[in-house]
Ligand binder design. Structure first.
Ligand code: SF4
Ligand code: MG
Length: 315
């Protein structure tokens, strides 16, 4: 996948006419049915762009998104519409996407109507059922969004995604705005629902502790591309990429949240189209001249464990 944006300076004007920042560049991964794939990295690394592109909120510049053998990038909006039901998204800030004057039950019911459920009574039943599923209750049907707590709002966000029975849900920082105890409740619920419904999840977060808890496999993303990818346990037992090491060092305890990567110095470059070499070059303690000019490919260095770093590439 590749997705770029024009670069703006602080005044909001175009920085340089033909310069494009690649939010996502050379990004490639797959998600198995019923699997949770965690995408982790600092803010601005392209995680959200990746997620939004998969659900069709962005158009990719190039690349393909294969879903059941169909390339979603090649479909017109009309062709994409029936598939949209299968691929849903949960955002960090569900509240801002809700109509403040619409009762919760009505907004869920409307979603069902849009997706072709015409019978009022059936819709009401389906809404009550989904409210219960996410740990809300029938009485929430008549509440307004602002009457809910932060955790309840995110439960509602999950209900809104689940109600049309998707196959894949892209969760973009769904618990990041919540207290740690509430986070745990929501994550546990997601895991339960996933098992029950056989869902696939793409779980996006900057919080390595949260990603560790929920993911089967993890992709570590930096500056628009994957640096490392493997099963969760393997990643924590044998991290290979220097950036992954730095991520772990910044968070010695998964329950302590830190905003910054303390172990890292050096600036993050802007990834423009003519970007060369390793994206992590400016901050990597092991960088060599080769790293500056030659981009390391993501390759499998042991079964199921991929890394993009010249240190693990001997040719
Ligand atoms: Fe560091 Fe070079 Fe590996 Fe990049 S390729 S992570 S700069 S050692
Ligand atoms: Mg984001």
């Amino acid at each position: 996948l590749k997705k770029s944006y024009p670069v703006y300076d602080n005044s909001g004007k175009l920085f340089a006419k033909k310069k494009h920042m690649c939010a996502v560049d050379d990004m490639s991964f797959f998600i198995e049915k019923g699997e949770t794939y965690g995408l982790v990295g600092e803010s601005g690394c392209g995680k959200s762009t990746t997620g939004r592109t998969i659900v069709g909120l962005n158009h990719a510049d190039s690349g393909e998104i294969l879903y059941n053998g169909k390339d979603l990038c090649k479909l017109s909006d009309k062709e994409f519409r029936p598939l949209r039901k299968d691929i849903q998204m949960v955002f960090q800030d569900t509240l801002s996407a809700l109509n403040p004057r619409q009762r919760i039950g009505d907004s869920l019911s409307e979603t069902l109507k849009i997706h072709g459920m015409t019978d009022n009574e059936k819709r009401r039943e389906a809404v009550v059922e989904i409210l219960k599923k996410v740990g809300l209750s029938e009485e929430h049907y008549f509440r307004f969004p602002h009457e809910l707590s932060g955790g309840q709002v995110q439960r509602l966000g999950i209900a809104g995604a689940l109600i049309i029975q998707p196959k894949l849900i892209v969760c973009d920082e769904p618990v990041s705005a919540l207290d740690v105890s509430i986070q745990a409740q929501i994550l546990n619920m997601l895991v339960e629902l996933q098992k029950e419904l056989g869902l696939s999840l793409l779980f996006i977060s900057h919080d390595i502790g949260v990603v560790r808890f929920i993911s089967d496999r993890i992709g570590v993303m930096y500056l628009g591309t994957l640096m490392e990818e493997t099963e969760t346990e393997e990643l924590f037992e044998h991290p290979l990429h220097p950036y992954t090491e730095a991520l772990f060092e910044a968070v010695p305890d998964p329950y302590i949240k830190r905003k910054e990567l303390k172990g890292l110095s050096g600036e993050q470059p802007v990834r423009t189209e003519d970007f060369k070499g390793c994206a992590f070059y400016t901050r990597c303690p092991y960088a060599t001249d080769r790293c500056k000019t030659e981009r390391p490919e993501l390759r499998e260095v042991k079964p199921g464990h991929k890394v993009a770093c010249h240190r693990y590439n001997n040719d």
